[in-house]
Design a protein around this ligand. Sequence first.
Ligand code: HEM
Length: 98
Amino acid sequence: GVPTLLRVTPSQLAHHNGRRDRTSATKAKKPAWSAWRGKVYNLTPYLPFHPGGEGELLRAAGKHGDALFNEVHPWVNWENMLGSCLVGILVAEEEGEA
Ligand code: HEM
């Protein structure tokens, strides 16, 4: 079916920074989301495949990835590569849903 897109606020984006969640009992790593052109993508499934390494990719986690991405490889097609990892669209803080 057609996946439902979330309305993601800046603070939700910032929370999904790929770091360990010290507030949870399991201390599991949070998903790594990044925004590109107003759309929010889950980078986590792609981390092991990134030719530049996980650490580099994680620099964009929880943030707008546009600037870092464009600095390194503007020729890479983010949308084509991560289309199936689309989470939602970035909205203003007060326009979130949860
Ligand atoms: C290389 C994809 C984000 C740093 C690459 C390459 C691809 C790729 C396909 C190989 C490019 C080539 O050889 O022409 C992606 C995707 C991203 C992403 C889909 C989406 C989020 C980032 C970010 C950074 C980064 C945010 C840095 C902060 C690098 C570096 C290389 C690289 C340094 C060069 C690796 C090397 O040639 O040794 N990436 N990248 N990437 N990426 Fe990314």
